[in-house]
Design a protein around this ligand. Structure first.
Ligand code: NAG
Length: 287
C-alpha cells in the first residue's frame, strides 16, 4: 500500500480486500459495492474526467471510506492514496449522486404494504395501527455549535427509513397521526399504552444507533452546511440500501453511541385536541 500513497490516480481494485476488510473499512461487501457502482455509474461517469481521473469504483470506495470513518479528508486521502482535494470533490459528487436517489429509496409504505408495516410494529411491542416511529434532531456541524441541521427521520419496525427531512433551518413539516406517550399514566390501560409506545419508539432509537455506527461521519460533520445536508441524505440512502440487502453491521465499528435523551418525546406541532382524542380512543380500544 505504501507505493500507492504517492499516486494521485490509482486503481483500488475491490479484489485486493478480503470480505472482512471490506465490511470493516467500507461497511459494504463486494457485491454491494458492485451494486452501488452500477447504480451510480450514470451519475458519476461524466465526472470522471475532471475528478482526478478516478474511476466510478474508486470514487465510491473513497466516499464510503469517508462515511464509514468520518475522519478528515486528508486522512481518508492518505489511506486511499489520493490527495485531499480529490477526496473533498469525490465526497461532494458521490453525496449529491446518492442524495438525488432519496425519493427512490426512501418512501412511506405503499398501500399494499401498510398492513404488513402495522403488523411488524405490533409484533415489536403491541402498539396498534403504527406505521412509523419518528425522531427529530439537530445535528451540530461545527464544534462551536454555530450551525446545525435539522434531521427528521421516520422508520418502520425493520429500521428502514420511510421518510426524511434534512434541512438547514426552518420548521419540520407536519405529519398526521403522531402519537406521544401520556406524561403521567393515570390508568393501567394508559400505562400499558405508554409501555407499548416506548417499545415502538425503540425502533427509532435503534435506527439512530445503527446509522451512527455504520456511518461515523454523522457523529460530527466537518463540512459546510449544504454539503453536510447532502452527506446526511447520502448516508440515509445508503442505510436503506444496506438494510434491504441485509448488509451485516459489524460489532467492531467503534463509533460512539449517539447522544440524546431516549425519554424525551419528539418535538412536533399538531392539533393537541385531535391528538389526545385519537390517543384516548386507541387506549379504549386496544389497551
Ligand atoms: C448539495 O446538493 C445539491 C443538489 O441536490 C447541489 O445543487 C449542491 O451544490 C450541493 N451542495 C454542496 C455544497 O455540495
Amino acid at each position: 500500500r505504501i507505493s500507492s500513497l504517492a499516486l494521485v490516480c490509482c486503481s483500488l481494485p475491490l479484489g485486493k480486500y478480503t470480505t472482512e476488510e471490506l465490511y470493516v473499512r467500507f461497511r459494504f461487501g463486494k457485491a454491494d459495492i458492485e451494486y452501488l457502482v452500477n447504480l451510480l455509474r450514470p451519475k458519476l461517469q461524466h465526472r470522471t474526467q475532471r475528478s482526478h481521473s478516478l474511476s466510478v469504483e474508486d470514487q465510491i470506495l473513497i466516499a464510503l471510506r469517508f462515511y464509514a470513518c468520518g475522519t478528515f479528508y486528508q486522512v481518508v486521502g492518505h489511506y486511499m492514496g489520493v490527495v485531499k482535494s480529490a477526496v473533498c470533490d469525490v465526497v461532494r459528487d458521490v453525496s449529491i449522486a446518492l442524495a438525488s436517489l432519496v425519493n427512490e429509496f426512501v418512501s412511506f409504505s405503499k398501500d399494499n404494504q401498510i398492513a404488513q408495516a402495522k403488523c411488524s410494529f405490533f409484533l415489536l411491542g403491541n402498539m396498534p395501527n403504527t406505521i412509523g416511529a419518528i425522531d427529530c434532531t439537530h445535528e451540530f456541524i461545527n464544534r462551536k455549535g454555530r450551525h446545525s441541521i435539522n434531521v427528521q427521520l421516520v422508520c418502520d419496525a425493520d429500521l428502514i427509513i420511510t421518510n426524511c427531512v434534512v434541512k438547514l433551518h426552518g420548521a419540520y413539516p407536519l405529519l398526521p397521526c403522531l402519537m406521544t406517550p401520556f406524561l403521567t399514566a393515570n390508568t393501567p390501560a394508559q400505562a400499558r399504552f405508554n409501555s407499548a409506545h416506548c417499545r415502538a419508539r425503540c425502533a427509532i432509537e435503534r435506527l439512530n444507533g445503527v446509522l451512527k455506527r455504520r456511518f461515523a461521519c454523522l457523529n460530527y460533520l466537518r463540512a459546510e452546511p449544504q454539503k453536510a445536508c447532502n452527506i446526511t441524505l447520502a448516508c440515509i440512502v445508503l442505510h436503506n440500501i444496506a438494510t434491504k440487502r441485509n448488509v451485516p453491521l459489524r460489532a467492531d465499528n467503534d463509533a460512539p453511541e449517539p447522544l440524546g435523551d431516549p425519554n424525551q418525546p419528539p418535538a412536533f406541532c399538531q392539533n393537541k385536541q385531535t391528538r389526545r382524542a385519537t390517543r384516548d380512543a386507541i387506549v379504549r380500544h386496544y389497551f
